[in-house]
Ligand binder design. Sequence first.
Ligand code: AKG
Length: 271
Amino acid sequence: MAIRAEIPSCTVDEAPDKMYTTLAETGCLVVSGMASSAELDAVKSELDPYLQAAKVDQDDAEDFYPGHTRRVIALMHRSPTLCKLMTHPTTEHLGDRHLLENCVKWQLNVTAALQIGPGARDQILHREEDLYPYWTPPRPNLILACMWAISEFTVTNGGTQIVPGSHLWEADRSAEPEEIVRAEMPPGSVLFWLGGTLHGGGANVTRDDWRYGVIFTYTLGWLRTEENQHLSIPIAEALALPEKTRTRLGFDMDHNGRGLGFYDPRILAPR
Ligand SMILES: O=C(O)CCC(=O)C(=O)O
């Protein structure tokens, strides 16, 4: 069945199993109503000092990351509101469905606030799973990714480029222009995509409309994470987080009843 170049969408009230069926078929899905305007305002005020201080580079055509963009990482430390949203029930459900096939505990991989400014070019299309080149596409389920729209995403202001269906493609197939869709979504929506789906930041051809998004990706508990979450938050702060959040930050040592990631808890809480 040919997949139309369109990103399916639903509201946060949709049955989670139906969401996952769509995501697994198409490789992408926009879910609206994931964050309230109060939560979006809180994220903006928590991250504003870091974004204002972020360096905005000119473009280097050879660079994987386009210029004219502000990037801030370590968001579990820098935004308590994002720390809560990171374990949103919809993400939890989709993560369980996609990742538990290949692990017993899955974990947060990458966090970044990305403000794409006027003049930014299209990012090269890539797969989040390219981080793990030991398999060739289509790979086993390794990563779930999502982009939270803090501001509105449009076709012209840098809305994420997505290639629906490309999570099922062989490695040597590249996307034709008509197969690439740019995510359009209101603030508070989330674009989910699978680790095998081709995607990239979009070009911003507006005069003054900065696109503001927050990316979280999640990976199998037994894989090395791209962003080192244990060095992205002070340990005392991590230990005070709810248990579910600590699990997502990879602080559990239980894995299939074996000791992968074992440590001596007395080091963390000395008596
Ligand atoms: O900014 C986006 O919409 C996508 C970003 C992305 O894929 C990346 O930074 O690797």
